[in-house]
Ligand binder design. Structure first.
Ligand code: NAG
Ligand code: NAG
Length: 418
């Protein structure tokens, strides 16, 4: 393959969106220009009622009247421009947090304050102050963020995981809470690695607060997502235990087969939407270190993964991956790639995934659920644009609760781009 250039994005979709936004702005601009011109027209044709006789006085009067009107018009234009900028900001959904609002938690103000560097300007970067990093969308959930930031510094953090999730899913990421102590839970009965990989985790060593299940027994029968069906049930010969080592259909690839395609160079990887961490566990048995990205939606995934002796990454997929370019040998993802929304949303994710994967590295798309033909076509087209080498490509059907569903599985190799 060795494609040289990367065809970037679906130009039309992006143009349409940009055009929509700019046409709204253009409309506003037109309106403002029209009103301003009407104003000017009125000013220039306006005739005062008092009839003055002296012609020189007339001229003088008219000129001062005109200049007065002109400055009025200029002021009007200036204020219209300000309003336009404001409207544009609102249309884009981007506005900095207004800390002058009432009911803003002091802790939030303090967190967002710029801090001067202690030793003055850094000569290399020219930076003089530090700015706290917080998701710009936090501004859209000010009441929630204020509630979230309402805690006693140095005290115990409020127990409000579901509030944190709500904020993250609304794009308020990273969260601004830094200065309180998270509730500690004593981690009793942890096993040594690698025995820990397949041992059940004690209910008492995780926080169940804000979750509907209060035990792993309750979670075992749950279908939390397409990629996590009873994924907390680690029983030998159970469904979870057989994943990646025993195929149930042609869409299931085996870990050893995929590792063989990487010809020995697969040492570190990222599993997106990794549920309970089983992919990382199977990889750990093969001396491959895998980081498992997962939120704690409806289950204490992060604690469970950690208790297995694996590395959990608490981050939504809307966030840019906190990894440098070209570092991973392998990225594994399933239906979690179905991010919904506009096609660009998937593009943002795919480009970021491509960024962190090294040339020659593998992208294992594992049982991606194609809800419809369009979904399959969109993803296929996007993948093809990256010029990956298709080492394996399987479209298959599975029956789920009486319904036939289409799944796509693939192993793709990132090309060297020059
Ligand atoms: C000034 O205004 C008066 C009446 O409004 C008009 O008759 C006159 O022609 C104007 N003069 C000039 C120089 O425009
Ligand atoms: C993993 O590494 C250990 C220690 O280096 C080694 O003994 C073992 O054979 C390796 N396992 C595999 C599957 O490569």
């Amino acid at each position: 393959m060795g494609s040289v250039s990367l065809k970037i994005g679906d130009g039309t979709a992006r143009f349409e969106r940009a055009a929509l936004c700019s046409s709204a702005v253009n409309g506003l601009m037109l309106l403002s220009v029209l009103t301003t011109n009407l104003f000017a027209f009125y000013a220039f044709t306006y005739t005062p009622n008092t009839q003055l006789t002296h012609p020189l006085l007339h001229t003088h009067k008219n000129i001062s009247l005109i200049s007065e009107q002109v400055s009025l018009i200029l002021r009007e234009i200036e204020s219209s421009q300000k309003k336009l900028t404001q409207m544009e900001k609102e249309l884009l959904g981007f506005e900095s947090i207004d800390l002058s609002r009432p009911n803003i938690a002091d802790e939030l103000k303090l967190f967002l304050q710029r801090h001067q560097l202690p030793l003055g300007k850094d000569s290399r970067t020219e930076i003089t102050e530090m700015v706290a990093s917080v998701g710009h969308s936090c501004v859209k959930s000010m009441d929630m963020i204020s509630e979230y930031m309402n805690y006693k510094p140095s005290g115990q953090c409020p127990d409000d995981l579901s509030l944190a999730h709500k904020l993250i899913l609304k794009g308020c990421e990273p969260l601004p809470r830094r200065r309180c102590l998270a509730k500690t839970i004593s981690k009793v009965g942890l096993y040594n690695f690698p025995i820990s990989l397949w041992k059940n985790v004690n209910d008492k060593i995780v926080s169940w607060s804000g979750l509907s299940c209060k035990s792993f027994e309750c979670l075992k029968s749950k279908k939390l997502s397409k990629d996590c069906v009873g994924c907390f049930d680690l029983a030998a010969n159970g469904y979870e235990n057989q994943r990646f080592v025993k195929a149930r259909g042609k869409n299931d690839f085996l870990i050893d087969d995929v590792l063989a395609m990487g010809s020995g160079g697969i040492r570190i990887g990222l599993d997106m939407g990794g549920g309970s961490g089983t992919f990382a566990a199977r990889m750990a048995e093969r001396n491959v270190t895998v980081i498992t990205q997962s939120l704690n939606i409806e289950a204490p995934c992060n604690e469970f993964i950690a208790a297995r002796g694996l590395f959990p990454l608490f981050l939504s997929l809307d966030h840019r991956f906190p990894f440098h370019d070209n570092v991973f040998d392998l990225v594994h993802a399933g239906s979690v790639l179905d991010v919904g929304g506009k096609p660009e949303k998937l593009e943002f994710l795919m480009f970021d995934l491509d960024r962190i994967l090294r040339a020659g590295g593998l992208f294992w798309l594992d049982n991606f659920y194609c809800a419809n033909d369009e979904k399959k076509r969109d993803l296929t087209r996007l993948i093809e644009r990256f010029g990956y080498k298709k080492l394996k490509w399987v479209v298959g059907e599975k029956v789920d609760s009486g319904k036939s569903e289409v799944y796509l599985s693939a192993v793709l190799q990132k090309p060297v781009r020059v």
